[in-house]
Design a binder for this molecule. Structure first.
Ligand code: HEC
Length: 246
């Protein structure tokens, strides 16, 4: 009786894990890539969007991210070194990852990452040569998110809605910058935002010692992409040739 119960318990515990196993793969990466912090930035985004999970391994993994040795698909470059992703097994989740890295969305994530030390990574994927960004969010949802959560500080449209705080860049002004889409893809990691805003699954938890007047906001990645889509529909402010410092 006791054994039977134990078996039933073991089965219920094991079955769900089995189902997830196919969605998981092992990845090894060159030490300088790990040290840069890039993986901490892109892997949660990949996992959130594709529901695939990555296990970092030192070697013997399903996929390798390292200096291009001609065996894989080049995906990025830094400091004159091109890095490629190489698939060493038939794991389908690893294939999803390689495809994602080469896609415009993966390439945008790679470029949006700002390392604490050293230069950012550049695109190396052939398809991503053009600085285009695929916008997948829902612009109408994005307008609401912007009005509720951003208009407190930013002017979020050219009309009077959301006056914003004078020194805070307006959305139409930011839209005029060539890399506006990347800025809207990573703002939550840049000050002052982490003090009051986090993205579910991407940002670390709030500091429990947060000063009480700050009401923290948690957005989903879908909401972040929605704001990006909303910004895509804005007319860029005419900056009159002024030099815009960020
Ligand atoms: C409490 C005020 C405040 C709120 C609320 C706020 N921001 Fe900001 N944001 C700022 C300030 C201030 C800057 C300029 C920071 C700087 O220049 O260092 C900024 C900068 C930005 C930038 C430019 C980042 C870059 O790459 O330079 C983007 C994009 C942005 N915010 C998006 C948003 C979005 C989207 C929301 C709503 C979900 C939002 N912000 C909510 C204060 C705020």
């Amino acid at each position: 009786m006791r054994n039977l119960f134990g078996l039933a318990l073991a089965l219920t515990l094991v079955l769900p894990l089995r189902a997830e196993e196919a969605r998981e793969f092992g990845l090894s990466a060159a030490p300088e890539i790990v040290a840069s912090g890039l993986l901490d930035y892109i892997l949660p985004r990949f996992a959130l969007k594709t529901a695939r999970r990555v296990q970092l391994a030192d070697s013997g993994a399903d996929a390798r991210l390292g200096p291009d040795d001609g065996t894989g698909q080049p995906v990025m470059a830094r400091g004159g070194v091109t890095y490629a992703v190489t698939l060493d097994s038939g794991n389908p989740a690893a294939k999803v990852f390689a495809d994602w890295l080469g896609s415009e969305i993966g390439q945008t994530a790679i470029r949006a990452f700002q390392p604490e030390n050293g230069p950012p990574f550049e695109s190396a994927a052939v398809e991503a040569a053009a600085p285009q960004v695929t916008i997948t969010g829902n612009a109408e949802l994005g307008r609401k998110v912007a009005e509720i959560h951003c208009a407190r500080c930013h002017r979020v449209s050219a009309d009077s809605r959301g006056i914003g705080i004078g020194s805070t860049p307006s959305f139409p002004a930011m839209k005029a910058l060539p890399d506006w889409a990347e800025r809207f893809g990573r703002f939550y990691a840049l000050n002052p935002h982490p003090a009051f805003l986090r993205v579910d699954g991407l940002s670390p938890p709030f500091d429990p010692m947060l000063p009480p007047p700050i009401v923290p906001v948690t957005l989903s990645l879908d909401e972040v992409e929605a704001v990006q889509a909303y910004a895509a529909g804005l007319t860029a402010a005419d900056l009159g040739g002024e030099i815009v410092n960020r």
